[in-house]
Design a protein around this ligand. Sequence first.
Ligand code: PGA
Length: 250
Amino acid sequence: MRKKIVAGNWKMNKNLTETKNLLADLKVKFEHMPNGEIIVAPTSVNLQYTSEALKGSGIKVAAQNMHQAESGAFTGEISADMLKSIGVNIVILGHSERRAYFGENDTLLAGKVQTALKNDMTIIFCFGEELEDRKSDTHFTVVENQLKNALFTLEASAWKQIVLAYEPVWAIGTGETASPEQAQEMHAFIRTTIKNKFNAAIAEEVSILYGGSVKPANAQEIFAKPDVDGGLIGGASLDAASFAAIGNAM
Ligand code: PGA
């Protein structure tokens, strides 16, 4: 049975004091874990604190990004080994903000995926179409190409380290959510794409999260769809009560 997951991407929010407070609140809210995994992705500056604070809680910690090289002269960057050395074994790659503002393309992301795999990390791989793609009815092709360019060369065995996060760019931080039907339609397409390229077992086992303006009010309906295995949550993950409500909607 594939895993259900709700992950909170805090983006460039929460200083150390705010991180401490939010984590303390989350540990109380998730004293009884829901039927699935809860992950938080704070800023890299607070990863080490978070990793230590969450020990024994059942809540997992992820990085929001990492560099594709193992080490070297890459000022300002963070390596897989550095993350692992502070107990961070999960990394978000390919978020649309990394693609849009930091020039991360499919080729670069394929390299990051390889490095994360080599370092035995779990990858939450994000992708999704822009508004123009949906308007011009090319959203399925765009999504298929994003998967193809970054993930189609993977060994079958690598898929146990991959979580997919479909995030239509037009729904991120906009308050506009894909309808549960739109999410299900795309998630089913993604699963079929993986099945056709790899096999049915891999397609059935891979968790596909939905991201884009998920809130306590809409989470349950979206997560109830058969091919939606949870969510990647931005804005609503910054508040313990709303993130807990979403986590409990799994
Ligand atoms: P949002 O962000 O929930 O604020 O729309 C989602 C994301 O960027 O992962």
